[in-house]
Design a protein around this ligand. Sequence first.
Ligand SMILES: [Zn+2]
Length: 281
Amino acid sequence: MQLYTIETGLFKLDGGAMFGVVPKSIWNRTNPADQNNLCTWAMRCLLIQEGKRLVLVDTGIGEKQDQKFFDHYYLHGADTLDKSLAKHGFGRTDITDVLLTHLHFDHCGGAIARDQEGNLVAAFPNATYWSNEEHWNWATLPNEREKASFLKENILPIRESGQLRFLPTTDGTSFMEDVRIRLTGGHTAAMMLPQISYKGKTILYMADLLPSTGHLPLPYVMAYDMFPLTTLKEKRHYLTEALEGQYILYFEHDPVNECCTLQQTEKGIRVGELFKLSDLD
Ligand SMILES: [Zn+2]
């Protein structure tokens, strides 16, 4: 198996919303806000190459929305999904599977593209798209608080493409050899975290359970989360398991850090070593 980091660019989100009850005077030290109180975040996907399969985990925000939408999120940085795939010698048609941790726009926007006539079509024509039924039902009948994150144009065309499949919502479900799906429900219903055995290590793709290293302290839970106390419980559970198992955490939204190990400190579980996925090669 080979893993590749796929950077799809940077965007900005309100720092207060990203850190929930934590005051700005504290989070601003690690994640400095701009004049609009916005902080920069990565949209870092992951590519898993195993035999004939080429699995893309999440897709970034995509390119099909209008300028007004993108202006709202201040997209920046030189990386794009296509450029990052090309860097490793791949293109969209090579992708056999797209594993969507959840259907918020910054994770699944790139799953759908516009064709030359402007129709919304699967951006990866040869891929099976993986979600789960519980999350799909939640995302397609969204509550008012989460509605702005679930965009119809990102979601419904996946089903219309005929390429959608559901995974069982059992924690630890096997997705493929050396890849299991871990389940969480605090950020949104039935979010899936791929757990990968790689080069003798265990890598956990944190998605929005732990967006960045700045979110390691337990009460640093995003205001975006639907069930913050569930997130708190899940953070405790996964961080303890990851510390004991010496897992490597892989961050989707950390603007700087790709991966870290953990260590126990007097204050709680914190960053051990920081490194890039390619450092494992
Ligand atoms: Zn999310």
